[in-house]
Ligand binder design. Structure first.
Ligand SMILES: [Zn+2]
Length: 293
């Protein structure tokens, strides 16, 4: 793809370009006509977190009492669903500066992406509490937009890089922008894989009888705790392997479910969750109260 074109005006092509990238896209009613006037030349993409894991696309389209929407062109939910809410200028960048932008004029030159995410904290490591589906959708969106605009991933920046902490901006939290840009650049170069990558099938058969939830005890619970603790140390590393399905175990199970496409987030380990965990099944004979003979 040529990287020399220069787009001026509203990105009316945004839905088509994202869909072609394999993004799960929703078109918010009226998006083509929504905006605070028309774009100047679009120089790049700016990434944000909403500050809440549950902020909706409607809240980005409609804005807040103190700030009229749209607040961005795109919204990405935690399940990876991308909603285009506006084609015109949105109030997302505010005051700030960056080498290839006119000072305080980011809104007229950047496509904004608001991700439904709390951001965790200023010092959180890369992708802490960013579900795979949401992060992958973000990479795809940025890659598709940068590619369409004839840009490299250097044209995707974070709000924190433009406004910075001086303005109290640290979004997107738990995103290392250089790592994100490397992932986007790899994606920009990948033009043959335009379909979503399906989750590898896992056989549920051997897990048909698994059912563990808060209050359950025994060696199978201990095996579950071991699996979470060592395979998912980033959020389950502190788990105590005591064979008791308590609040900590439930929280780790929920986190695993949140991060795994296709699982219901209920804190209960049934066949699907056990299969996704590739949990080792403890034989019934090993259970202390087993009635197996
Ligand atoms: Zn922001």
């Amino acid at each position: 793809m040529p990287r020399t074109s220069r787009w001026t005006g509203d990105p009316v092509w945004i839905a088509d370009v994202l869909r072609a990238e394999g993004v799960d896209l929703v078109e918010y009613p009226g998006w083509r006509g929504r905006g605070h006037g028309d774009f100047e030349d679009i120089r790049g993409v700016m990434v944000h977190h909403t500050g809440s894991d549950y902020a909706t696309a409607a809240s980005i389209a409609n804005g807040r009492p103190d700030l009229d929407g749209p607040l961005s062109q795109l919204h990405i939910a935690r399940d990876g669903t991308v909603t285009v809410v506006a084609a015109g200028v949105a109030w997302h960048a505010g005051v700030g500066m960056y080498p290839w932008l006119p000072t305080n004029m980011g809104n007229w030159h950047l496509i904004g992406i608001e991700c439904a995410n709390s951001g965790t904290s200023i010092s959180a490591p890369h992708r802490r509490s960013w579900p795979d589906a949401q992060y992958l959708a973000l990479v795809r969106c940025c890659a598709a937009l940068n590619r369409r605009l004839g840009q490299t991933s250097s044209r995707t920046i974070g709000h924190k890089e433009y406004a910075g902490r001086a303005q109290g901006k640290w979004d997107p939290g738990a995103i290392d922008m250089d790592t994100l840009r490397a992932d986007i650049e790899a994606r920009i170069g990948t033009i043959t894989d335009t379909a979503p990558t399906p989750r590898p099938p896992v056989p549920v058969g051997g897990y048909a009888d698994v059912l563990m939830f808060r209050g359950v005890e025994g060696p199978q619970v201990a095996e579950l705790q071991r699996r979470l603790k060592y395979a998912y140390a980033s959020y389950a590393g502190d788990l105590v392997v005591d064979g008791v399905y308590g609040p900590q175990t439930e929280a780790a199970v929920r986190e695993f479910q949140r991060r795994t496409a296709g699982l219901k987030v209920d804190g209960i380990v049934g066949p699907a969750t056990a299969a996704a965990l590739r949990l080792t099944i403890v034989t019934p004979a090993a259970l202390p109260d087993s009635r197996a003979v």
